[in-house]
Design a protein. Structure first.
Length: 236
């Protein structure tokens, strides 16, 4: 695999910083666990279990020097109650961990990215994100921010053109957005689009266990146009 060359300028992707990151352990969830997570208010650890459990069959490992160094520099808070560093608590023989960090943010919202890893090898299969705001999301703000997540996914040169995004309201209720990004290869300007399907998490997970096609379960669907910045030849 070619080395990933990330671009960085005022108008383009900016690499995340380790001070925004943390590591959490991940384990597979059974059917009852997944339904409980889907019906409960949003929880970061629960969401990471949810995503890992429904995507693990499609994951494959790859190396990324930037994130190998990034993980080593994630700040670790001590656990005073145990008198040990929490770094010890997250580095036992845990086969899979989840790296969570701020992808981009503003005073109005925060977008986080989730990456699964084992050792220093990362898993790829789908880009995983969350969007939260203390002011909430309306229909138009959802679309605009999902477009920003798709742009970030491309300009950070993630290996997958698929994405899964938790959209979290201030009261903890959440929706699940599935997106498929398309880069428009045969145009002079760099542009793309993303097809979004927006689900209630419980409806989404129930459809998997009943083996229904996602197109046959209740959801909202829309397309978002993406004006892209920088060299998109990586995807062309």
């Amino acid at each position: 695999m070619d080395k990933i060359h990330r671009i960085s300028s005022f108008h383009e992707y900016r690499p995340p910083v380790p001070s925004s990151g943390r590591l959490i352990g991940v384990s597979s969830a059974n059917t009852a666990d997944l339904l409980s997570i889907a019906n409960d208010l949003y929880d970061e650890a629960g969401y990471s279990r949810f995503v890992y459990s429904v995507t693990k069959s499609q994951l494959r490992t790859y190396c990324d020097e930037f994130f190998a160094d990034f993980v080593e520099n994630v700040s670790v808070e001590s656990d005073d109650s145990e008198g040990i560093s929490s770094k010890i608590a997250v580095t036992p023989e845990e086969p899979v961990r989840c790296l969570v960090y701020d992808a981009f943010r503003s005073p109005l919202f925060t977008a986080q990215e989730f990456k699964f890893l084992t050792g220093t090898d990362l898993f790829t299969g789908i880009g995983i994100y969350s969007l939260s705001s203390k002011f909430g999301f309306g229909d138009e703000s959802k679309k605009g921010l999902l477009g920003k997540v798709a742009q970030y996914n491309l300009q950070s040169q993630n290996l997958s053109l698929g994405m899964m995004v938790a959209i979290i309201q201030p009261d903890g209720k959440w929706q699940l957005a599935l997106g498929q990004i398309r880069v428009h290869k045969y145009t002079k300007s760099n542009s793309g689009s993303v097809c979004i399907a927006l689900f209630d998490p419980a409806v989404f997970i129930s459809s998997i266990f009943t083996k229904k096609s996602l197109k046959d379960v209740q959801h909202e669907k829309f397309d978002i146009y993406l004006p892209l910045v920088g060299d998109m030849s990586y995807y062309k």
